[in-house]
Design a protein around this ligand. Structure first.
Ligand code: DP6
Length: 386
């Protein structure tokens, strides 16, 4: 038995994007959003927490490096959980005075530009809420760390309701369906070679809200018209409708970003080529078989059903030739199935290594509390020596 709590939590990939806040401090969004939770056994954040009388101060280690714990968002999460513990008398007063040690890491490179803060905060608040035995809506806690994190506290497909209360109390996430609902839903994350630093989501959405005319249309017209339809498509497992709405929302989101001033440009030439590739494939198939979506960066996330994966990998290999065995990470990839390409119209990329690697994953479960570890903190409550 140990007093250390460890949790793994997933990243999520939005199909209707959250972009813009009505309250910056409380992190309350302007619109509802929907995402798929990606299997934490493939990509996850892991966090261990522990509170002891012997600790002199709250301490934090991130990906092996000691970090300052003063970040406002992190402090807000800690404060809120300790307040709830006092209110609910869930732990004794002595315990509440103890300092806490937090150690967190991602099993995928942070530099890959994937949604690490969503997994990180979902993981942190789940671990702290377990440590302090508080009963509350975990999504509301995760939201105060990073907006999109609130959707990572559930598996399957998740909807974050913008809510209307000024204090954000109804701005919470709820599952649309759980991870067993659409078992053959797969995801290919195409991690693009890109060294450019992009405007952070937090800053990009603020500029967009302040300057974009198109944003009004997105918030008032497009998103409300898509949100119910996509939830219904998910419930009915209607892939073409789901995929069309996903791609349209991604495209509109990036158009809105480009209409900010100064513009927020997240897609690169490689991202655009991926868009072209997906439309090409869908066109040949005569129906929509694959959907792309891009967050605030150039990496593509493709949603598709399992039966399409062998053919899609062949198409990706044609457009972006790769040879190395370990190019496809994550779940065991099926053998590639040749798919004919009109090579007189569509040319393979001649530049090499436009895509660094592919992560093959699926829609999966929410955070998992690891009762028996392994923990990231040793018996002294410090990170293990590497
Ligand atoms: C493009 O959740 O990272 O990924 O709330 O300021 O922390 P903050 O922003 P963040 O924004 C994510 C934006 C997005 C779309 C989405 O995940 O819905």
């Amino acid at each position: 038995m140990t007093d250390i709590i460890s949790v793994i939590a997933p990243i999520n990939m939005a199909v209707i994007k959250y972009w813009g806040k009505r309250d910056e401090k409380l992190i309350i969004p302007l619109n509802d959003s929907v995402s798929g939770t990606l299997d934490p056994k493939v990509m996850c954040a892991k966090t261990s927490v522990c509170a002891r009388s012997a600790f002199e101060e709250d301490e934090l280690w991130l990906n092996g490096i000691k970090e300052s714990i003063t970040s406002e968002r992190l402090q807000n999460c800690l404060k809120k959980i300790r307040e709830l513990a006092i209110e609910q008398k869930s732990v004794d007063e002595e315990f509440l005075k103890f300092k806490v040690h937090i150690c967190s890491e991602n099993n995928f490179p942070t530099a890959a530009g994937l949604a690490s803060s969503a997994a990180g905060y979902a993981c942190l608040v789940t671990a702290l809420a377990t440590l302090y035995k508080v009963k509350t809506d975990i999504s509301a806690l995760a939201r105060i760390g990073s907006g999109s994190a609130c959707r990572s506290v559930y598996g399957g497909f998740v909807r974050w309701y913008a809510g209307s209360n000024p204090d954000g109390s109804d701005s919470i996430a709820k599952p649309v369906v759980d991870s067993s609902h659409w078992p053959d839903m797969r995801v290919l994350v195409l991690v693009i070679a890109d060294t450019k630093k992009h405007t952070s989501s937090t800053k990009g959405m603020k500029t967009t809200v302040e300057t974009s005319e198109l944003m009004k249309h997105r918030i008032q017209v497009s998103v409300p018209s898509r949100i119910e339809k996509i939830c219904e498509a998910i419930v009915k497992k209607d892939f073409p409708t789901f995929a069309e709405l996903t791609m349209k929302d991604s495209n509109e989101f990036h158009a809105v970003c480009l209409s900010a001033f100064p513009p927020c440009i997240y897609l690169t030439n490689t991202s655009l080529k991926i868009i072209e590739m997906v439309h090409y494939y869908n066109n040949i198939c005569g129906t929509i078989k694959v959907a792309y979506t891009f967050d605030a960066g150039p990496n593509a996330c493709l949603y598709l059903l399992e039966e399409e994966v062998p053919k899609m990998l062949s198409v990706i290999k044609y457009f972006f030739p790769f040879s190395s065995e370990d190019f496809i990470k994550g779940l065991k990839a099926p053998p590639i199935k040749e798919f004919p390409i009109e090579s007189h119209i569509y040319k393979s990329a001649t530049e090499k290594d436009l895509i660094n690697y592919i992560i093959y994953t699926k829609v999966g479960e929410g955070p998992i509390v690891l009762k028996d570890g392994p923990h990231l903190l040793n018996e002294h409550g410090k990170p293990h020596e590497k």
